[in-house]
Each structure stands twice: as C-alpha cells, then as structure tokens.
Design a binder for this molecule. Structure first.
Ligand code: NAD
Length: 472
C-alpha cells in the first residue's frame, strides 16, 4: 500500500513538472506545479533578520547622495531641499551637464555645492563615501537594484524610484541586502501620498468600506511627449525587450496599502494578458528604429490574495486613453473610485449623520456622482481626510510636486529617519509592488499561465495588521 502511494505521488509530481509547458526565460529557476509557475524562493541566510518595523538610530541631518540627476532626480532634489534637516551632499550622473544642472539648482536654493561624481560606475564611489546617510536613486529602471544593493552593502539607506526592481531576482537581492545590512530600502511610490488615495485608506481603516475585497490600479498615460526625453532611451529600450506590466507600482502601491498586503494579507497568484503591439510598435519604430517591441499596447494583470480578495492592474503608455490610475477599492459596505472623477458609495448606516445628505437613495450614500450628492461628497472628504494629508497639506501645496504628493512622500521619509521611526514603506513593499514586472511577463510569455507570487516577507505577512504612519 505504501509503495503504491509513493508511486502515485511520483507520477503526480512528474505530471505536474512535465515538459508540456512552454519554457520561458526567468531570473530565478522555476517549476510548474499543478499548472502554476512556481519560482524558487531563496531561504533567509544566517545573519539576516526581518526588517519588519525596523527603525534606525535618529539622525539630526539626513545627508543625501543623489544618483541620477535627470528630470525626476532634479525634481525630487528640489523637493528635498524644501525639507528641514536635509543636506544634498553629493550628486552623481552619467553626464557632466546633468550634474551641472543639479548644481545650479542647489546654488539657486542658496545651498553649498554638492560633491560631484560622473560616469557609469561613479555611483560606487558615492556609495563608499562616509558622509552620506541616504542614497537616493533616480536613474532609469535598469540600474535601480544594482545601485541600491551596492549602497546597502556600504552601510547606506536606499530610496529608489519606481519600480524598485525589474526582476524577481533583483527583488530578492533588495530584500536580502536590506536584511543583511540592517538598512532601510524604500520605494519612492509617491501615489501612496495622493490626497484621494490617503482619504480612501482612512475610510477603509475606519471601517466605512467594510472588508475591501477588490482593488484596481493602473498606469495609463500616453508618453508620446516624453519618449524623446529619457536619457539614452532607457525606457523604450526596456519596453522593447520586456512584454509585461513594466510600471506597476503607481496603481498597485496604494491599492496594496488599502488591502493590507504584507500587513494581514498577501498576494498568492497572478495572471496577465497583453494586447498585440499596435501604437507601441509605432513608438518603437519612431523613437528607436526598433522593428519589434515585446510590450503590447495594453497589459492587464489579475492578482489573487490569501484572504480571498483580488487586485486588477493595467498598463498602457501608448494609447489615446487619457491619464488614469484607476484607483478603485470596493468593500462589503462601500467603495471609493478616483478616475475619471472621484466618487464614493457607502452604506449610510456606516457613516452616521450622512444619510440625510443623500436625497435620492438614503440607504446607499452615493457621493460625487451628481450635483445633488456633492454636499455628501464634501462631507465625506472633510470627515475622513487622512491625518498625514491634514498635517502636510499647506506645505505640500506650496512646494508642489505632482499636486503635493512628492512633498509628503519625501517629508514622511525624512521625518521618520530623523526621529528613528519605522518608514511607512519598507523593502517588502518595494519588492512586492515591483514583482509584477517579471511575473506578468512570465504569464504572458507562457500563454497566460498563472504564476505564484513570492512572499518576500518570508511568512511575516500576517505579523502586523494594516499600515500605520509612525509619529513621535
Ligand atoms: N514617481 C514618479 O512620479 C516618477 C516620475 C517620473 C520618473 N520616475 C522614475 O524616475 C526615474 C528616472 O526617470 P527620469 O524621467 O528622470 O529619466 P531621465 O532619463 O531624465 O533621468 C535618468 C538619469 O539617470 C542617469 N543615469 C543613468 N545611469 C546612471 C548611472 N549608472 N549612474 C548615474 N546616473 C545614471 C541619466 O544620465 C539621467 O540623468 C525612473 O525610474 C522613473 O520611472 C518616477
């Protein structure tokens, strides 16, 4: 009987891992188990420790080394210079004229010149310097993880533009380097600090939406005016070779926060589909003279979660669709929706005092949809404004940066570093929100097979419940 059982088990394993499935390139070895692609998940190495709730020693001044002084790097630097306790110690770029522009900006702000590093490998010297606390990475995607790992291995905290990594291997490298060195590794996901996304998060956390079971996010943005501006065409070069959702985090980050991903829930499987290349092919030809492009016009990705919820994200940077991050969360008691215009639906019983504001449907308060419901909409916006937004609004609107969210993102990070508090966004979020870049491509390239989503927390996803914003 035992022999028969073992034989049956062997047959099942062989079938599960059989060669009938298409083989595709991946950054980590994988097996196909019951029709699902399962990537190898490396074990935590001796000497590494979870970074959950990690806080470093407080620092009075945060000495920043900026790597990548292009459009976004100089934009972020301008915001950082408006925040108390920040020093721009060094600037690094491939090109001297990009560094010169950053230096002019620093001079115009009345600050002392930064030390300069120029060249493809010059970032290493910056990371090795002993007068820098935070390496702030704004290069093209291809260099995010290699630079961050080098910075972490040289004792620096790392802040990385989006997405933090381009492959699952890089996601694990970030997690391991952060754990190994006990240094923060934060993804600079500014959309998590948008007024509406924070408001929806607050409504969810106050119980107004019930159990949030469905979230949608996207990056739909026609980049036609921008393609020519990316240095050495790094963005199109990447998209030409990669068929997945190459820019998932603006949509995914805020949805994950509202759905407690890594803080009470975790992603389990992902399936992605892509249209063929239409406008993307035309863009690749026009700007790069590439006859072929791997990325189709539109990629749609569906993700399931351990608690039985679902997330949908979209990516389209080629089409005629107007800018849209979707941002919709739906729960058992209500929902919040950001695009194309902001509205909520909530069970009136969940929002005491608002039923009378809904003139047509007192059971369900649908706000923001029509003239008659604007009053109710404004009531909800005022009543449930997120305290982080309330605290920073005035300065955020003065300083700006994507409507103020860049200012709040950077202010919160600097505040937590200066006060020795855990950051709002940790290395596990950086890895989780970036991982669809490769996973969606794996699914698309195998004819839409499901892919198991790695648990970068290594089983700690249920140790905290919901995001908190640390304060002294
Ligand atoms: N969060 C947001 O809202 C937002 C908005 C725009 C861009 N971004 C992100 O910011 C990053 C940069 O985008 P961008 O629009 O500024 O591109 P960009 O081409 O204007 O700037 C990239 C810069 O990095 C430099 N660089 C490249 N390799 C380098 C290296 N090895 N060492 C030093 N410098 C190097 C380039 O010379 C260039 O100056 C990207 O990751 C992008 O996704 C985020």
């Amino acid at each position: 009987m035992k022999k028969f059982y073992l034989l049956a088990l062997l047959c099942i394993t062989l079938v599960a891992c059989s060669d009938n499935y298409p083989k595709v390139e991946s950054s980590m070895p994988y097996k196909v188990v019951n029709g699902t692609i399962v990537l190898e998940e490396p074990a935590r190495q001796p000497g590494q420790e979870s970074m959950l709730n990690y806080a470093c020693e407080p620092m009075q001044t945060v000495r920043v080394g900026l790597i990548g002084a292009g459009g976004r790097g100089r934009g972020n630097m301008g915001v950082l210079m408006q925040i108390e306790g920040v020093e721009i110690t060094a600037v690094c770029d491939l090109y001297q004229d990009h560094v010169d522009k950053a230096q002019k900006q620093i001079k115009d702000a009345g600050r002392p010149a930064a030390r300069e590093y120029v060249g493809a490998e010059a970032y290493k010297q910056l990371c090795e310097a002993d007068d820098i606390d935070l390496v702030y990475i704004c290069t093209g995607w291809q260099m995010h993880a290699p630079i961050a790992v080098y910075a972490l291995d040289h004792g620096k905290h790392a802040a990385i533009e989006v997405p933090a990594a381009t492959s699952i291997k890089e996601c694990w490298e970030l997690v391991d380097a952060s754990e190994r060195n006990r240094r923060h590794c934060m993804i600079l996901e500014n959309c998590c600090y948008d007024k509406f996304e924070l408001l929806a998060l607050n409504m969810k956390q106050k119980g107004l939406l019930g159990e949030v079971f469905h979230g949608e996010g996207a990056y739909i943005h026609n980049l036609d005016p921008f393609w020519a501006g990316y240095t050495d065409s790094w963005r199109l070069d990447f998209n030409v070779k990669h068929s997945g959702d190459n820019y998932p985090t603006h949509g995914l980050g805020p949805v994950c926060q509202s759905m407690d991903i890594n803080r009470g829930d975790k992603m389990t499987k992902l399936v992605a589909m892509s249209t063929k290349a239409m406008n993307s092919a035309e863009v690749a030809m026009r700007y790069n003279n590439n006859k072929e492009i791997a990325e189709g016009d539109q990629v749609v990705t569906l993700i399931s979660t351990e608690n039985g919820h679902e997330i949908l994200i979209q990516h389209n940077v080629y089409g005629a669709r107007p800018y849209n991050r979707l941002f919709m969360i739906a729960g058992t008691k209500g929902m919040a929706n950001k695009y194309p215009f902001e509205w909520f639906a909530v069970d009136s019983k969940q929002a005491p005092g608002v039923a009378e504001l809904e003139k047509y449907n007192p059971e369900m308060l649908i706000s923001g949809m029509s003239e008659s419901s604007i009053e109710a909409f404004n009531y909800l916006k005022q009543t449930y404004e997120h305290p982080v937004w309330t605290e920073h609004e005035q300065r955020a609107l003065e300083v700006g940066g994507h409507g103020g969210m860049d200012y709040i993102l950077n202010s919160r990070m600097i505040y937590c570093l200066r006060n020795g508090l855990p950051l709002d966004i940790n290395v596990y979020d950086a890895a989780q929100w970036s991982c669809p870049v490769e996973l969606s491509a794996l699914s698309i390239n195998t004819g839409f097979m499901p892919v198991q989503v790695p648990d970068f927390t290594r089983s700690d996803w249920n140790k905290t419940q919901g995001i908190t914003f640390a304060h002294k």
